[in-house]
Ligand binder design. Structure first.
Ligand code: TYD
Length: 222
């Protein structure tokens, strides 16, 4: 049986990476084979493209070019990691996926939504997430958290954008959650880490019922 595919989405500093990791550990504790991964990146080929994208090297070529490189990275990640894992019954927890392209390059970057849609159809095809958790914090708060996490390090390609860009992202994610309520669940990520994790676990338990998933024995290697 195909595994389940769960994605985390949201703006900067919303805690996606922390909660993706906590969720993957919790799913694993049920004996379910689990792949925790991220975008851009997640496969050797896509990690090279991540490095190029986040360095800002593609930025001068425009948002369309960036969207194409994100899609190329996604194609490799899907082909070499996500689809094989799902086919083996594993559950995949991915920190960002195609919705980030819709919102960052589409809504904020103004790339034609039809072009974004066409790329998604070609690259993602039927490998759509079963559940997307959209972590929400006000843009200003998210930028503050991201700056604290960064410390004295420099901003990446997107962290360095103005507050108005981050507000557009937040509006984009809120609209997405409202438009696709079957797949997307909005999570208020302003409360404590423990409270957010519990909120996420309640949603995952209700929608995907990990307690009754078949156990992937191949993951119990001695
Ligand atoms: P990352 O360090 O993983 O940021 P975060 O912790 O905020 O997830 O960097 C990923 C960056 O790439 C992030 O700013 C969002 C951006 N991005 C896009 O613009 N389009 C995409 O399709 C994806 C997957 C990410």
């Amino acid at each position: 049986m195909r595994g389940r595919f769960i994605t985390f989405e949201g703006g900067e500093g919303t805690g996606k990476s922390t909660h993706a990791s906590l969720l993957a550990q919790r799913i694993k504790s049920f004996g379910i084979g689990t792949l925790l991964t991220r975008e851009p990146g997640g496969s050797p080929g896509a990690e090279v493209m991540r490095y190029v994208l986040l360095s800002g090297a593609v930025r001068p070529l425009g948002a369309e070019a960036e969207a194409v490189v994100f899609a190329a990275a996604r194609d490799d990640h899907l082909t070499t990691m996500i689809r094989p894992a799902l086919e083996r019954g594993k559950w995949v927890v991915c920190d960002r996926f195609a919705d980030s392209t819709r919102i960052y390059q589409g809504v904020a970057g103004k790339v034609d939504p039809l072009a974004i849609k066409a790329m998604e159809r070609i690259i993602v095809g039927d490998t759509k997430p079963d559940l997307t958790l959209i972590l929400d914090v006000p843009a200003k708060e998210g930028m503050k958290r991201a700056a604290e996490r960064r410390g004295s390090g420099s901003t990446d390609r997107f962290e360095g954008e103005a507050l108005s860009f981050h507000e557009k992202l937040r509006d984009g994610f809120l609209t997405l959650a409202a438009n696709e309520p079957d797949r997307c669940v909005l999570i208020d990520a302003t409360s404590s880490k423990e409270q957010v994790a519990e909120q996420i676990w309640r949603v995952v338990s209700k929608k995907l019922d990990p307690a009754s998933a078949p156990i992937a024995f191949e993951d119990f290697k001695v």
